[in-house]
Design a binder for this molecule. Structure first.
Ligand SMILES: NC(=O)c1ccc[n+]([C@@H]2O[C@H](COP(=O)([O-])OP(=O)(O)OC[C@H]3O[C@@H](n4cnc5c(N)ncnc54)[C@H](OP(=O)(O)O)[C@@H]3O)[C@@H](O)[C@H]2O)c1
Length: 206
């Protein structure tokens, strides 16, 4: 997901499947280290740009499957409650290009980059949901469920603290990834009420 070429190759292969019911675009990173992949800061490339590049490249296949097999396909993108604490000053662009602003290493607040990336996912999911609804294509439901805090490798990547506090918090507060993944499966099975929505604990969260 940090190579557009790789995303396109994967989408080409998936487009040749006989049928595609859903996409769960699960890949995501959390890092406080600034680096660039493709033409954006790596978190933005992975969590946002490639996620939607993949989704849009596979949209025609989802629509074709919908028509051929009379199904309502789904696009599901994991989210995070951390989007609530995304500082809006990161998106206060004052006429600047939003990606250019986020790619500016001098201004980049990497501590908030992951929350910002998940907030951007919500914005794009909402916009895409409206456009899909308004289009003449068969309906493809898109939603963005939050699996909640889970024990996984997410918090243990480069630039992340592996301190005692994190380990204790994980032990006490985090779900197993299996438990968290049920919310993602729920997203895949959710109906029209979930279209364009952020979800928590298997409910649409207002
Ligand atoms: N864990 C949590 O508390 C939590 C909470 C809310 C939301 N989420 C979301 O849940 C999703 C899964 O995260 P996780 O907790 O399972 O984290 P994880 O254990 O770190 O797994 C992340 C997954 O993303 C893949 N990935 C990362 N960068 C990639 C890239 N450039 N190209 C392709 N694949 C890439 C990883 O593949 P490799 O193993 O091959 O590197 C791995 O399968 C993410 O979208 C995350 O934001 C997690």
């Amino acid at each position: 997901m940090d190579s557009y070429k790789s995303v396109k190759e994967f989408a080409d292969r998936a487009s040749n499947l006989p049928r595609l019911d859903a996409i769960l675009a699960n890949a995501g990173i959390l890092t406080t280290t600034y680096s660039v992949t493709e033409d954006n800061e790596k978190t933005i490339t992975t969590n946002v740009v490639s996620t939607f590049l993949l989704s849009l490249l596979l949209l025609p296949k989802l629509c074709q499957s919908s028509e051929q097999f009379s199904i309502v396909p789904r696009i599901v993108i994991p989210n995070s409650a951390l989007h609530y604490i995304a500082p809006l000053k990161e998106l206060d662009i004052n006429g600047e290009d939003i990606l250019a602003r986020l790619n500016d290493q001098e201004k980049a607040d990497m501590a908030s980059r992951y929350p910002v990336s998940k907030l951007l996912v919500i914005y794009v999911v909402r916009e895409l949901a409206d456009r899909l609804k308004a289009s003449k294509r068969p309906l493809v439901i898109i939603n963005t469920p939050n699996p909640s805090y889970c024990k996984s490798q997410l918090m243990h990547g480069p630039g992340q603290s592996t301190g005692f506090g994190i380990k204790v918090a994980e032990k006490i507060l985090a779900r197993s990834t299996e438990a968290g993944s049920r919310t993602l499966v729920h997203g895949l099975l959710s109906g029209r009420e979930s279209h364009g929505q952020y979800m928590t604990n298997c409910h649409v969260q207002a």
